[in-house]
Design a protein around this ligand. Structure first.
Ligand SMILES: *[C@@H]1O[C@H](CO)[C@@H](O)[C@H](O)[C@H]1NC(C)=O
Ligand SMILES: *[C@@H]1O[C@H](CO)[C@@H](O)[C@H](O)[C@H]1NC(C)=O
Ligand SMILES: *[C@@H]1O[C@H](CO)[C@@H](O)[C@H](O)[C@H]1NC(C)=O
Ligand SMILES: [Zn+2]
Ligand SMILES: [Zn+2]
Length: 441
């Protein structure tokens, strides 16, 4: 009589353990934009500074003190969690003119940040990609070997550590590696497709990255691998400005390739927008198939030019919970630093902006759940949309957002092609006009 009982306990224990073991976390940090001239020349600040706070100023890029406490806060956030790897999606250099920068300057800054991450996370697998600001001259990534790729690899070699992938990095700054739990990472150099890159504008496939990507994805499908895609500049249409970041032929091709492999792609993680947002891919029948998660920046910097001023932004990083076997994305915890409060108190005050499963009314962050949330933001008066507005800038401020502004944000979730996006803007504004003002639902 005793044996069946023991057997049952054993089975329960094993089942419970294996459920826990299959869940892991990863970190995502992006857009440090280190201004090493903060308080001396303020090169990133566009001629305006509020307070020169010890951890930074909304008008300026990150002082070193901010980078330092951010990396420490990331370390803190990993203490009670099984963190399998980190995504670092670039833009480490301040916003300023090329005349203030050089190859040596940019490599020096990149080296410092790399060393910092390696010292703080000595055993962490880090998948690092370049941002448009990391290159010198700004954004002009060439589709071939050059001094910057060579000198970066010297510092990223311990993370890449694979001769085939190192060759690809030297050629086009892209590579693929498998995590220790067998997820395939595709680390892309999408700066090659960004409209600020004058060198690649008329090319079909800069650095042969598209062909390479298709081959890897095809191979992964044969091997039944799960694939996570990471890079700096995201495909699709930016809510701010309402235009795709990529040249049109690149955006079309990228989206097309990704859509063909939605059965093995478990998630896409990008930076560049300095805003917290996401985009969805749909199949022919309108079912959501993939989600792209865009993480907000570390830099609090707001842009300013003769036409417009960007919103304030609190320094941020995030952690994502996923299933190590299926790759399903289970949850997202978004951290931010309350910049004014931290400056006032002279110590960093970190908070959680939201936890997806707690604050978004969804049970995980799968494409289906994200689509469910996105659909609820169609009404600009909805609590979901108002929350999204405050999360966009990591709770620094809720920008006034009229019907046009709402349609830009809503359609950025749903439409990846310029043409579809424009139709969506019109439709959404027509829908909003039918709503009773101020109605909350
Ligand atoms: C990075 O630069 C900062 C500020 O100049 C300096 O204090 C720090 O020691 C450097 N860290 C590394 C790891 O090079
Ligand atoms: C980059 O390094 C490779 C070998 O690793 C070398 O063959 C090449 O000449 C270097 N290129 C530049 C532009 O420094
Ligand atoms: C690179 O990988 C090899 C074999 O997998 C390992 O022995 C070595 O310690 C790694 N080197 C670094 C710097 O991580
Ligand atoms: Zn940036
Ligand atoms: Zn960028």
């Amino acid at each position: 009589m005793v044996f069946p009982h023991i057997y049952l306990v054993l089975v329960l224990t094993i089942t419970k353990t294996s459920i826990c073991v299959s869940e892991g976390w990863f970190l995502h940090v992006t857009d440090f934009h280190w201004d090493n001239t903060y308080t001396s020349r303020d090169l990133s600040c566009n001629g305006v500074v509020n307070t020169h706070g010890v951890y930074g100023d909304y008008w300026c890029d990150s002082p070193f003190s901010l980078i330092d406490v951010t990396i420490k806060a990331m370390k803190n956030a990993t203490i009670d969690k099984a963190v399998d790897f980190m995504l670092w999606t670039g833009d480490s250099i301040l916003h300023t003119g090329d005349e203030h920068l050089s190859i040596d300057n940019n490599i020096e800054m990149l080296t410092n940040l790399t060393n910092n991450l390696q010292q703080t996370f000595p055993t962490m697998d880090v998948y690092a990609t370049y941002g448009n600001h990391d290159y010198y001259p700004n954004g002009q990534y060439p589709p071939h070997n050059n001094e910057i790729y060579n000198r970066t690899l010297e510092h990223w070699r311990s993370w890449i550590n694979d001769s085939t992938q190192e060759e690809l990095f030297l050629k086009g700054a892209y590579y693929t590696l498998k995590t220790k739990y067998g997820i395939r990472i595709l680390a892309l150099n999408t700066n090659l497709y960004y409209t600020s890159d004058k060198i690649t504008a008329h090319m079909d496939d800069p650095a042969d990255q598209f062909v390479w990507m298709e081959n890897i994805l095809e191979h992964s499908r044969h091997l039944s691998e799960k694939v996570l895609i990471t890079g700096h500049v995201p495909p699709g249409v930016a809510a701010e400005g309402g235009k795709p970041w990529f040249y049109q032929h690149f955006n079309t091709r990228m989206v097309h390739i990704l859509q063909q492999y939605s059965d093995i792609i478990i998630g896409l993680h990008f930076g560049h927008e300095h805003a917290d947002t996401f985009r969805l891919f749909y199949d022919h029948s309108g079912q959501p198939t993939m989600a792209m998660y865009i993480a907000p920046s570390v830099t609090p910097w707001r842009y300013k030019n003769s036409k417009a001023t960007g919103p304030k932004h609190n320094p941020s990083f995030r952690m994502v919970k996923y299933d190590r076997v299926s790759g399903r994305h289970l949850d997202l915890v978004q951290y931010y630093m309350d910049l004014p409060e931290s400056n006032r108190q002279g110590k960093p005050i970190w908070k959680i902006a939201y936890t997806a499963t707690h604050d978004m009314g969804i049970s995980d962050i799968s494409p289906k759940s994200m689509d469910n949330f996105a659909t609820r933001t169609r009404n600009p008066h909805s609590q979901e949309f108002q929350n999204q507005l405050s999360w966009r800038n990591a709770k620094a401020e809720v920008m006034p957002c009229d019907a046009f502004c709402h349609s830009l944000i809503f359609c950025n979730f749903k439409k990846l092609h310029d043409h579809d996006f424009k139709l969506c803007l019109r439709e959404t504004q027509q829908y909003t006009a039918t709503l009773p003002f101020g109605r909350r639902k």
